[in-house]
Design a protein around this ligand. Sequence first.
Ligand SMILES: NC(=O)CC[C@H](N)C(=O)O
Length: 365
Amino acid sequence: MKKQLILEDGTVFVGEGFGSDAQTTGEVVFNTGMTGYQEILSDPSYCGQIVTLTYPLIGNYGINRDDFESITPAIQGLVVKEHTDYPSNWRSEMPLDDYLKMKNIPGIAGIDTRKLTKIIRQHGTLKGMICGLEENAEEMVAKLKKENLPNDQVRQVSTKTAYPSPGRGNRVVLVDFGLKHGILRELNNRNCDVIVVPYNTTAEEILSLSPDGIMLSNGPGDPKDVPEAIEMIRELLGRLPLFGICLGHQLFALACGANTEKMKFGHRGSNHPVKDLRTGRIAITAQNHGYTVKEESVIATDLEITHIALNDGTIEGLSHKKVAAFTVQYHPEASPGPEDANELFDQFIEMVEAEKQEVVADAKA
Ligand SMILES: NC(=O)CC[C@H](N)C(=O)O
């Protein structure tokens, strides 16, 4: 069935529908990863977004049980150049098309994704819709221009109730703003005794779980749309060691008095070089974000900029000068992508253990 992809600037692409037949509206973004479509479409940070994959052949290794980053994908739609119905991989359990149908996610294929990506890079991310050919494009453009996209994505994807992911090691409260399972996997691999809590849990409720450390997850949307989380982080600062990833990093920056802004078209891909300013070491990182911490806003805070993106110089990592807390804008849990930055989870565990030693030393003194 033919479908159209309509952008708010009036551009119309016609392609072949796959996945669900539903009509969908969202913010159109692009990801440049060469593999990892399953992890991308199940990453809750894409809630509210229609994702264009710039790699030209998608679906060739199917969908498997192991690579999900969440159980219920929150992506609004998928745009590809070519999509294959015939996956060929020993791990494949179903074709991408079947999966998208099952989860009611619309897709459109046969799109000139290079042209689309150039438009997004020039114009900045724009609103768009995937719909049938029967819709009048001009009317749809007018509708897109008028419409405000939802701003409650974190509420949509965060867990509704707390749940444990047990281990025998350090106790970590992981605040779920739309967490990728990769983060949970990394903590469990390090034997952490994790309790995952909803995004709007208060500092007091978190402290009542007696954690040794706090982890702030990734998540969708604008960090300023979750003021309750900013307040909670502010109250926890200095009371427990803290590590934040992506949305968690942005919320931490806001809680410390810095500011965030929307980027023109963001960073989404699996090969973004990031420099650690303290060691000079460069890591190739997985990224998926459309907001960033404003550099000039950091000066008046107790934060130190620890990492920058080599492509555009934006902030990629922060650490607190006075309390045990650090955050990164990129994804050390990878999925999809390189594992260069995976050791950050070890640094978090070391920080948690060092703080525990200090508590013991203080108690003895
Ligand atoms: N992956 C994330 O956590 C993304 C953070 C935020 N939603 C952004 O787009 O910048």
